[in-house]
Design a protein around this ligand. Structure first.
Ligand SMILES: [Zn+2]
Length: 373
């Protein structure tokens, strides 16, 4: 596929525009989050409607929607294609079991795009701030890519099992006493001083995380559910799901965009609070605290993008307590699904809101990643 399907990169905050091949992670002007803008007429040329609809689901089925140019060199562990499991207890609820991805979380969808891009542009050293799942995923794909060396900055509150997992793929670990934002700031400093390439909740990753949204619609027979319930940490997945739905709508594969529901832990809920106050920007949580360590991001990188998606889909936003997260974890267990606390957070929100109609709940990470109470 040619370069022509990407038009440019937009700053989501100040609307500045940057060339498609810019190597930037936040807006050079205002530090706002970025968004890759496509030419959908170009993308449409690569989608043979009927054949596309019938093809077996997998992450790379939706390749025309990704910012990758050379499909012969992608770095993949065959991520995605996860089951959409009908709930046994709650009629018309479905669980999208993302714990079944290669490294046990939805992060692999973003990572295959990010590391394929890194390989495409010839980068050899990368750094990443992570609460663990992203690190584990990037470590695995960097290993797979060969010759890509990855260093991970991890807050000490992260599940120790995730340290073990990262190390098993050969990732270098630097523990950070502090918040996720402290870890993030250390990587930003490395970028400023040494020009190191950052991986994480940046535009290329977000493009990969769209595939959760593509697959849900595909698995429901190209029909929209009433609600899709998504946990919010940095908000990258939340915006990715929205962007996927919007793109399917633009190219004529989806007739209506469902409401997207944001769920955050009560101890770390800047996006939910902003939405409740009808704001488009949020106030960072100073001392974020929750057992859902995977989404313990007090100053979400893509927070304003998540808020945009909430307004655009007439969505809902709710907080859940750690106790409600544990109860949801047990509920999933009774359905045969073992989720980590962050992975059960969306279900806790769906139960709290008593959502009607067809409801898809994202289960974002495997329980074995954070097993100790
Ligand atoms: Zn900007």
């Amino acid at each position: 596929m040619s370069m022509s399907h990407i038009m440019w990169i937009d700053c989501f905050a100040c609307k500045n525009r940057y060339p498609a091949d810019s190597v930037i992670f936040e807006c050079p002007e205002c530090k706002g989050p970025l968004d890759i803008i496509y030419n959908y007429d170009e993308i449409k040329k690569h989608i043979l409607r009927d054949e596309f609809k019938l093809a077996h689901i997998s992450h790379w089925k939706y390749w025309p929607f990704y910012p990758i140019h050379d499909l012969s060199k992608i770095v993949t562990l065959y991520e995605g294609g996860t089951p959409l499991i009908p709930s046994r207890d709650k009629k018309s609820y479905y669980f999208k079991n993302e714990g079944l991805n290669p490294t046990g979380s939805f992060k692999d969808r973003g990572t295959t795009i990010e590391i394929s891009h890194v390989t495409e542009i010839g980068v050899k050293n990368i750094a990443c701030a992570t609460t663990g799942n992203m690190g584990a995923s990037i470590a695995a794909y960097a290993a797979r890519a060969q010759g890509v060396s990855a260093t991970f900055y991890i807050p000490t509150f992260a599940s120790k099992i995730k340290y073990v997992q990262i190390a098993s793929y050969g990732g270098k670990i630097i523990p950070v006493k502090g918040t996720y934002e402290d870890a993030l700031n250390l990587t930003r400093e490395l970028r400023r001083q040494k020009g190191i390439y950052l991986t994480g909740d940046y535009p290329y990753r977000g493009e990969g995380e769209k595939s959760v949204g593509f697959e849900i619609i595909d698995q429901l027979g190209w029909r929209a559910p009433d609600y899709i319930v998504v946990p919010v940490g940095n908000g990258t997945l939340f915006y990715g799901v929205y962007k996927a739905l919007k793109e399917l709508h633009i190219i004529g594969l989806l007739d209506r965009i469902p409401h997207i529901v944001a769920v955050q832990a009560k101890g770390c809920s800047p996006v939910v609070k902003a939405f409740a106050n009808k704001k488009r920007t949020f106030i960072p949580a100073r001392k974020p605290k929750t057992i859902a360590s995977a989404i313990n991001c007090g100053n979400p990188v893509d927070g304003i993008k998540a808020l945009h998606a909430l307004y655009a889909t007439h969505g809902m936003a709710v907080t859940v307590t750690d106790k409600e997260i544990r109860a949801a974890q047990k509920g999933l267990g009774k359905e045969g699904i073992y989720a980590e606390p962050g992975g059960a957070t969306a279900y806790a929100g769906a139960l709290k809101l008593k959502l009607p109609g067809t409801v898809v709940v994202l289960v974002t990470g495997h329980g074995l990643k954070d097993p100790f109470v």
